[in-house]
Ligand binder design. Structure first.
Ligand SMILES: NC(=O)C1=CN([C@@H]2O[C@H](COP(=O)(O)OP(=O)(O)OC[C@H]3O[C@@H](n4cnc5c(N)ncnc54)[C@H](OP(=O)(O)O)[C@@H]3O)[C@@H](O)[C@H]2O)C=CC1
Ligand SMILES: CC[C@](O)(C(C)=O)C(=O)O
Ligand SMILES: [Mg+2]
Ligand SMILES: [Mg+2]
Length: 337
């Protein structure tokens, strides 16, 4: 099955330039969308509660900041880029009362629509523009004249032009420079959650920490273990990113390649694959979403405990010391937001 991919020539920037856009939230994604849309000639207003820590950041960047309700009331297009767990409350309290017929409700991730936590009225467009990368990279790429590929999806096409508007928005944040791939809210949500849980965040972090523990528990220096299990991972992933796993295997020694081919499948074995399938099942049947919403409503006790445990892992102390010696390590991600 081939996917539809749209580039700059397939998108009319004029459509989004003719609208007023409210970006609700000014964090990782919010700041990137808002600043890049503004730089693309779009009339943008930011929606943040009074007392939000993000307000001064948005104001320092010259953006107009209103409450979420006032921003939603002014806007034709409302892009929701607040935390997934906060979105249903923001929608009920501030957006729904200001969502009149003909407006468009946009998302950067499909969680709340996929799991029925937000149910928009039938007379508005509901679409998604979801960059496939962290917000700070989305902004940096835009500033550099490039873009991060993104997914676009239409859940509700009340106007008959929802896809064209989503593509126009994607062009405004640099997404169609790299390519905007057509998908659905269901596919984006389920694959995004699976990727971050099993591979990109959960799987990779557990792999790095476990490798570090095995080496240090066997008596090897934490600094040497850090380089092997975390630092060099970026260099290896960069090779995969540039030319796939084959390119990485071409570039490493044949000793490394033999170790990779013969030992890799012992680490990520059929038990791990079965567990990944179970994780995917929990995403598909809504179990993960119910658990996460309940955890959030209970004040996030497990989340806070696991966060603290992660921050106290010995790899963090070793890494902080070593990175202090690395003048070439990139600027901190807090610089642009
Ligand atoms: N992080 C990423 O790169 C990616 C995120 N996404 C999706 O983008 C969306 C936003 O995520 P992300 O950028 O990580 O979020 P962040 O946590 O980085 O930022 C959230 C922003 O929302 C604000 N906020 C919190 N509560 C409210 C509220 N009640 N009303 C209005 N604004 C509020 C926060 O303000 P304050 O400073 O006051 O807390 C902050 O500015 C999510 O749907 C996420 O899944 C999609 C792709 C990648
Ligand atoms: C990989 C994490 C992510 O899905 C992302 C940056 O794309 C997220 O939700 O932050
Ligand atoms: Mg993602
Ligand atoms: Mg995600």
């Amino acid at each position: 099955m081939s996917v539809e991919v749209y580039y700059d020539d397939d998108a009319d920037l004029g459509l989004i330039q003719a609208k007023k856009v409210a970006v609700i939230g000014y964090g990782s994604q919010g700041h990137a969308h808002a600043l890049s849309l503004r730089d693309s000639g779009v009339d943008v207003v930011i929606g943040l509660p009074e007392g939000s820590k993000s307000r001064p950041k948005a104001e320092e960047q010259g953006l107009r900041v209103l409450t979420p309700a006032d921003a939603a009331a002014e806007a034709d297009v409302i892009m929701v880029l607040a935390p997934d767990t906060a979105q249903r409350h923001i929608y009920a309290e501030s957006i729904a009362p200001n969502l009149s017929a003909g407006k468009a409700l946009f998302f950067g991730h499909g969680f709340n629509i996929r799991y029925g936590l937000i149910k928009p009225p039938a007379d508005v467009d509901v679409a998604m523009v979801a960059p496939k990368g962290p917000g700070h990279l989305v902004r940096r790429q835009y500033v550099d004249g490039k873009g991060v590929p993104c997914l676009v999806a239409v859940e509700q096409d009340a106007s008959g032009t929802a896809l064209a508007l989503a593509l126009s928005y994607a062009k405004g944040i640099g997404g169609t420079r790299a390519g905007a791939i057509r998908t659905t809210f269901t596919e984006e949500t389920e694959t995004d959650l699976f990727g971050e849980q099993a591979v990109l965040c959960g799987g990779a972090a557990a792999l790095v920490q476990t490798g570090f523990e095995v080496l240090t528990e066997a008596g090897y220096a934490p600094e040497v273990a850090y380089f092997e299990c975390l630092h060099e991972l970026k260099l290896i992933v960069d090779l995969m990113y540039e030319g796939g796993i084959a390119r990485m295997r071409y570039s490493v020694s044949d000793t490394a390649e033999y170790g990779d081919l013969s030992r890799g499948p012992r680490v990520i074995d059929s038990r791990v694959k079965d567990e990944m399938r179970k994780i995917l099942g929990e995403i598909q049947n809504g179990e993960f979403a119910r658990e996460w919403v309940a955890e959030d409503e209970a004040g996030r006790p497990n989340f806070s405990k696991w966060q603290a445990e992660g921050a106290a892992h010995p790899i963090e102390e070793t890494g902080a010391k070593l990175r202090g010696m690395m003048s070439w390590v990139d600027r901190p991600i807090t610089e642009t937001a």
